[in-house]
Design a protein around this ligand. Structure first.
Ligand code: GKR
Ligand code: MG
Length: 416
């Protein structure tokens, strides 16, 4: 089996104004859909970020993969490194962490190669990854403060404005009713810390049995974070990226008992070694989009087991190919002990056949394959590619978008 064609299709999906420390979501989010076709007629799928640096990397690498054997992941890596010799990162300068373009491009194509391998032997992708330790993957409800939408050009709003503790509790109630989530994560760093403390207390009161987390993305100084932790004694399952940078995380970690999780200070294996040495985090959030694919995410799980760290799963706005890949990786990561993040409830489009995947009691069944177990709906793909051409958004920049809602906004990390 050899690769004979590679197609990369950028798409746009209508989004709603979800707020975070650095700004607000744009009117659409961008994804890139990958199809890798073999001389035996199989098509392997992948999905990743669709913003300009990732897209350029994918497009430059695509023609160099012709002739590749999907079983040779070392050759895949070598071809990517030689097609992208200058490397670099993928994110806009206003983002809070960056990922190497080489890792992101590798990750996207690796999933497609593994999908092909599963398809060739008619086995689900989790079997290619060493087998499933679970078939039902629990996800948490990912709660955001949000503005009421101003620009309806590409799609409607969901829920209107949610900018108070009480409104966020109602958002959570709706998510739990609709999806059955058993845990809740709040994207913090948006309101004053006192209001976010009130939010978490009200969530605890309303949902006494749900695991609760907050992720302020480095919004707080160490003393502020310590005050929040003291005020939320007994409320949090874990605290995600409360302060900015490895050393601040280590300083806070030494002062508190609540576990610290991260998808900002540990995004490469080298960082994991530093974090373990400094005892800066207790949980690393894996993500097959940048942890060197599914195999890298599983290696991360093994490293965490050796270092006695927990493993969770981070998300960004994504569609069903990514969600299916997350499920297979989660199925094959024995020590993934926390509910995974997902942005999936925040939009209603899909580009896979059969439409949207359905959560039951907050969990998804792993698609049974072959490979990822999902197929492309080409009409839906064409529709979202058309929106990509019309929307003319080419990069993710939440700070730039925020200026449309708050013209005097200044990105400040930490803010409090
Ligand atoms: O969608 O605004 C967002 C999130 O802030 C996302 O970009 C983060 O990558 O969900 C992520 C996180 O956990 O930090
Ligand atoms: Mg995070």
């Amino acid at each position: 089996m050899k690769i004979k064609d590679v197609r990369v299709t950028p798409i746009a999906i209508p989004d709603v104004p979800l707020v975070n420390l650095k700004g607000v979501h744009q009117t659409v989010f961008l994804r890139a859909i990958i199809e890798v076709e073999t001389d035996s007629g199989l098509i392997g799928l992948g999905e990743t970020y669709g913003a300009k640096r990732t897209l350029t990397g994918l497009e430059r690498v695509a023609p160099t993969l012709i002739g590749l054997d999907p079983y040779n992941l070392h050759d895949l890596r070598a071809r990517i490194e030689s097609a992208l010799p200058e490397g670099g990162g993928i994110n806009a300068p206003t983002a809070l962490a960056d990922h190497k373009v080489v890792d992101v491009v590798y990750s996207a194509f690796e999933i497609a190669m593994l999908d092909l391998r599963g398809k060739e032997v008619s086995r689900p992708l989790y079997d290619i990854l060493g087998g499933a330790v679970r078939k039902s993957i629990p996800f948490g409800g990912y709660l955001f403060f949000k503005f009421a939408k101003q620009d309806f050009t590409f799609g409607p709003d969901i829920l209107g404005e949610v900018m108070t503790p009480d409104a966020l509790v109602e958002e959570a109630r709706g998510f739990i009713e609709e999806y059955g989530f058993k845990s809740l994560k709040v994207k913090g760093g948006v309101l004053e810390p006192d209001l976010e403390i009130e939010t978490m207390r009200k969530l605890r009161e309303a949902f006494p049995d749900h695991a609760l987390r907050i992720d302020p993305m480095g919004a707080w100084t160490v003393p502020t974070a310590k005050q929040v932790v003291d005020a939320l004694d007994g409320v949090l399952e874990y605290l995600e990226d409360p302060v900015k940078g490895m050393d601040a995380m280590a300083e806070l970690s030494a002062l508190i008992d609540v576990p610290l999780a991260t998808n900002l200070v540990v995004v490469e294996f080298e960082h994991a070694i530093e974090a373990i040495r400094k005892d800066a985090v207790q949980i690393i959030l894996s993500d097959h989009h940048y942890w060197r694919g599914a195999t890298g995410a599983i290696h991360l799980g093994q490293l965490c087991r050796a270092a006695d760290l927990g493993v969770g799963m981070h998300s960004n706005s994504h569609l069903g190919i990514s969600l299916a890949a997350m499920c297979h990786v989660a199925a094959a990561t024995p020590n993934l002990t926390f509910d995974c993040d997902t942005h999936y409830p925040w939009y209603d489009k899909e580009i896979i056949k059969g439409g949207r995947l359905t959560f039951k009691d907050g969990a998804l069944r792993v698609p049974e394959g072959p490979g990822l177990g999902v197929e492309l709906d080409y009409d839906a793909l064409a529709e979202q590619h058309d929106l990509y051409k019309r929307a003319m958004v080419r990069d993710r920049d939440d700070t730039d978008e925020m200026l449309k809602y708050r013209p005097d906004f200044v990105r400040k990390v930490p803010r409090w």
